[in-house]
Design a binder for this molecule. Structure first.
Ligand SMILES: [Zn+2]
Length: 523
């Protein structure tokens, strides 16, 4: 007798193996039995005839923590509708713990008024406990942000560490890993971390390796310096032996697109030679990030304050404008997503803004950066569709959103979110599996479940196996759809008929069924 019995499914178990027909019996929060269970009974029986039964998706590059969604709107519905049951936070160098002091949180907070949130933790242990108590809709695990450690110790100072500080830095990382963090992430494109040298990262990664954690990195350049950034990452992987993961692998600007072939070859080659490499991608050609990261690299060197100082200098500004005009980026395609200091800018194309202010697109961008002290999120169409296909086909790739969870209600805030937060996983299934037949169902699903689970050390999840946690999806392949677009992102995905998290139904017939049945996961 099971609590729930799913009958007659097409079972895709997350390992990449071919699908087979079978039944899944669930007892409590675990999978009790898989196979031919026609003689068995369940308190609840679900007929899965013609539909795929697979593990819940694991999103290894999620920002619901540092965008404060876990606190402000913890249902994370846009993620549940695309079949995600586990998210990993602390990405791209930024995590909500550990905090060296209460002041550290101010440097991490980006877009939310922190007065709404009671930040009553410092250590990783305390942070995870707060989440335990609050409850989470999706299972949540986190890495330690290298930028969070750095800012905790150095504040706004941009420099390398002295010997005493290094000791403290290492101690903080070790403690957080002991407390349950699953690894460390870096965001080497962001102003503060840009000053971190490779040796600092190598030493920290050795600690991560000691705890069998993962090192995930938003590499130092996704433009001209892309291949050097890949080389730097491979060097670290070889030097330390740490599990190394490149977050949202991509290269921006048409004149840089050809570099993707070489990057993928470098990664394969490094893997063959023993470097432990993987990467994730999201399936959209527009990229959403902090606006200043789209400026030429030298402008943001030295940090945000230095950048604003440079932009305010007449001669430097002229040089920036002229470089922007001759760069491979089409700045006229910039869309302002969030600008907390000037909400009237939200949802506006830079061309419209420039026109209304009677200035060039480049000048408009610089003025917005100055007026909002660099705190603007923007989106531009800068990526290659072909590169997405190549990366998806690569054996070391997995699928992730690089987004956060939202409800459709969030539209009212005027913020224009990236469609990846609503449709990454379902878009891969709809477009690259179903329509283009680039990947098989089992191989795509393995890149969303078993592969990320093994890679990030997510215990007893990611596979349909007896004794594993019952994070389970039922997918109607005929109905699978990812309607969210850059123009109209606030649209839930459909075709995921059922989402079960730890044996409880979180989504049924495209309707969110309530939550807080996720678990806070520890290393
Ligand atoms: Zn990133």
């Amino acid at each position: 007798m099971f609590d729930i019995l799913i009958r007659n499914g097409i079972i895709i178990d997350g390992s990449g193996k071919a699908p087979y027909h079978g039944d899944v019996g669930i007892k409590g929060n675990k999978i009790k039995e898989i196979g031919e269970l026609q003689d068995e009974k369940g308190d609840v029986e679900i007929n899965a005839d013609g539909r795929i039964i697979c593990p819940g998706f694991i999103d290894v590059n999620n920002h619901s923590d540092t965008y404060w969604r876990l606190f402000v709107d913890p249902d994370l519905e846009s993620l549940v509708h695309q079949g995600i049951t586990t998210i990993i936070g602390g990405n791209c160098g930024s995590s909500l713990a550990p905090l060296a002091s209460a002041k550290t949180i101010e440097s991490i907070q980006k877009w939310v008024d922190l007065r709404e949130i009671n930040v009553n933790w410092l250590s990783e242990k305390e942070f995870l406990k707060v989440l335990d108590k609050k409850g989470v809709t999706l299972n949540f695990a986190t890495m330690v942000g290298h930028g969070t450690l750095r800012r905790g110790i150095l504040g706004d100072e941009l420099r390398s560490f002295n010997a005493k500080e290094i000791k403290f830095l290492h101690k903080m990382l070790k403690r957080a890993l002991k407390d349950g963090a699953i690894g460390m992430s870096s965001g080497l494109i962001y102003s503060h971390a840009k000053t971190a040298g490779i040796e600092e990262l190598v030493e920290l990664s050795k600690i991560v390796k000691d705890y069998d954690g993962i090192y995930a990195t938003h590499v130092r350049s996704e433009q001209e310096g892309f291949l050097d950034a890949i080389d730097e990452t491979i060097y670290l992987a070889k030097e330390t032996g740490v599990k190394t993961h490149i977050s949202h692998l991509k290269v921006m600007g048409e004149s840089n697109w050809a570099k993707m072939d070489e990057a993928l070859a470098l990664i394969s080659d490094a893997k063959e030679k023993g470097a432990d490499m993987t990467f994730d991608i999201y399936p959209y050609t527009n990229t959403g990030s902090v606006l200043y990261t789209f400026l030429p690299d030298w402008v943001t060197e030295g940090g945000k304050k230095a950048m604003l100082y440079k932009l305010k200098d007449k001669e430097v500004r002229e040089r920036v404008v002229s470089e922007m005009k001759s760069s491979p980026f089409d700045y006229s395609k910039v869309e302002i997503s969030i600008s907390p200091l000037d909400k009237t800018l939200a949802r506006r194309n830079i061309m419209e803004i420039a026109k209304s202010q009677e200035k060039s697109v480049e000048d408009a961008i610089i003025d917005i950066l100055i007026a909002s002290e660099g705190r603007v999120i923007a989106s531009i169409e800068l990526l290659s569709e072909d590169n997405i296909r190549k990366a998806l086909l690569h054996p070391l790739s997995m699928v992730a959103t690089n987004g956060s969870g939202y409800s459709i209600e969030h539209m009212k805030s005027g913020e224009k979110v990236h469609p990846r937060s609503f449709g990454s996983f379902t878009k891969v299934l709809e477009k690259y599996v179903k329509t283009e037949r680039l990947l098989s169902w089992e191989s795509a699903i393995s890149k969303m479940t078993g592969f990320p689970a093994s890679r990030f050390g997510i215990w007893k999840r990611g596979f349909l196996k007896e004794g594993y946690f019952a994070d389970i999806l039922m997918i109607d392949s005929d109905r699978i759809k990812s309607p969210a677009t850059t123009k109209s992102p606030y649209q839930y995905s459909s075709g995921i008929d059922l989402v079960m998290i730890n044996g409880e139904v979180a989504l049924n017939d495209d309707k969110f069924a309530g939550g807080k049945n996720g678990m806070v996961l520890r290393r």
